[in-house]
Design a protein around this ligand. Structure first.
Ligand code: AMP
Length: 455
């Protein structure tokens, strides 16, 4: 507790920290909290599970408490933007625990649920508004929210917001927020566009980095099993059956694939659920709650649906299919070993995925241990969207505008709203069939490096 005390937080917040069970600050908290309290703009490079929500949430609440103001109708003092509904609800939950016992109010707005209740809630204003960009703009367009009084702006998981095509929404929102503000940007990875974004929206930002970009959580043990795509289901089902005590997340590339796999697990006696773009918000919440509370032991997910999920105790992350973009691997395995716990990340790699696998190794800078199978030759690699993982003949770019080509007929004019239901499209999912998202700046896949490894 003394360590949190030395960061400059008030007794009120120290109590909240204690109530949350946090004993010592995580590295990002140690670095970021004093800077944010001083009013600096900050660019935080931190992967998931590092405690970054508290790193910005605690000093934000502290600053709001130090300068009490009554929120103006439809307004907010602090605005936190995050890419997915799950992440918004996770952040809001954390913040609610920090403001308990204070007059501060936290409100969240996301797509996929009724906009009317959000309009009503925002009518009297709030202190901290946590939102997905699409739904927020909807509310602004309807004159239900004004951003004039926002003096703290937080962009969380900025790389994901870019990947999901939120750049136009972010520009629009930033233009509506007063220039006299403190801006904080957090991102797990550091593509070029994040630097550009930071240059446009932050003033002399201090950069805080807790793990080198693309490095995976230290405490995650990683291994790979090489096998044919067809063999993966039986392998995974039998592995999970042998380990009934584990709490596992399984990542698939497509929502149909995820659903099929989950059904196969259930029919094999595994307590499994799924979250992907075909599930309603309440179904997703139920599945996440089920895993948290132990009614299910395995959650099968697509990438976008799983962003922002914080489930303490996830012991294993299985990459049933490798993601199209290496950075997504870092996000996936960051779902385990959260806040100092240990975790295992197990990849199942088919010969066609060897190129993707090598890219992951290159990004994280380590050779992943081969647990079983023959290392396929580099020549087995298949280019994106061609015959891997049941996506034959159909390439979907995960919600990004690519000029109308190959995105499974879902080009929405350069803006994927991550399912936030602009204009009340509440049933729109926030992950496409091919849920692997590709950052715009992603380099084209290169041939796999040659490396000899023991099988
Ligand atoms: P985050 O990276 O913000 O998603 O946080 C990951 C998890 O770590 C959440 O479950 C937090 O409640 C938890 N956490 C955050 N800060 C600390 C801390 N100082 N000590 C222990 N757990 C923490």
């Amino acid at each position: 507790m003394t360590e949190f005390k030395s960061l400059g937080l008030s007794d009120q917040l120290l109590k909240a920290i204690e109530a949350n069970g946090y004993e010592t600050p995580t590295p990002i908290q140690k670095d970021a909290i004093p800077l944010i309290l001083k009013g600096e703009d900050l660019m935080g490079l931190a992967q998931t599970g590092t405690g970054k929500t508290a790193a910005f949430g605690l000093p934000l609440v502290e600053r709001l408490l130090a300068d009490p103001r009554t929120p103006e109708p439809r307004g907010a003092q602090a605005l936190i933007l995050a890419p997915t509904r799950e992440l918004v609800s996770q952040i809001a939950k954390n913040l609610v625990s920090f403001v308990r016992g204070t007059p501060l109010r936290v409100t969240s707005v996301v797509g996929g649920v009724s906009i009317n209740s959000q309009i009503k809630r925002m009518s009297r204003g709030t202190d901290i508004l946590v939102a997905t960009p699409g739904r927020l703009l909807d509310l602004v367009d309807r004159n239900a929210v004004t951003l004039k009084s926002v003096s703290f702006l937080v962009l969380d998981e900025a790389d994901q917001m870019l990947d999901l095509g939120f750049i136009h929404a972010l520009r629009k929102i930033a233009a509506l927020v007063s220039k006299k503000r403190q801006t904080l940007l957090f991102s797990a990875t550091m593509p070029k566009q994040i630097n550009e974004l930071a240059q446009s929206y932050l003033t002399d930002p201090v950069r805080v980095e807790v793990a080198p970009v693309g490095k995976t959580a230290d405490k995650v043990g990683q291994c790979v099993h090489f096998m044919d795509q067809k063999a993966k289901t039986d392998f995974l089902v039998s592995t999970l059956c042998e380990r009934p005590g584990d709490m596992s997340l399984v990542f698939c590339r497509t929502k149909h694939g995820a659903e099929r796999l989950m059904r196969k697990m259930v029919s094999s006696g595994i307590k499994a659920g799924s979250i992907h773009g075909n599930k309603s918000q309440s179904q997703r919440e139920k599945a996440i709650k089920g895993l948290r509370e132990g009614q299910i032991k395995v959650l099968v997910a697509t990438d976008v649906a799983a962003r922002g999920i914080d489930i303490p105790g996830v012991s294993h992350v299985y990459n049933f299919e490798l993601p199209e973009v290496a950075e997504a691997y870092v996000h996936r395995i960051g779902r385990t070993a959260r806040a100092g716990a240990d975790g295992e990340a197990v990849a199942l790699c088919s010969p066609e995925e060897i190129g993707l696998f090598r890219q992951i190794e290159k990004l994280i800078g380590i050779s992943i241990e081969v647990a079983s199978g023959e290392v396929p030759p580099a020549s087995a690699a298949v280019s994106p969207g061609k015959g891997r993982g049941g996506n034959r003949g159909r390439q979907n770019n995960g919600g990004q505008n690519n000029g109308g080509r190959n995105n499974g007929g879902r080009n929405n004019g350069g803006r994927n709203n991550g399912g936030q239901g602009r204009g009340g499209q509440s049933s729109r999912s926030n992950d496409n069939d091919n849920a692997a998202f590709k950052p715009r700046g992603a380099k084209p896949r290169r041939p796999a490096r040659r490396r000899t490894e023991a099988a």
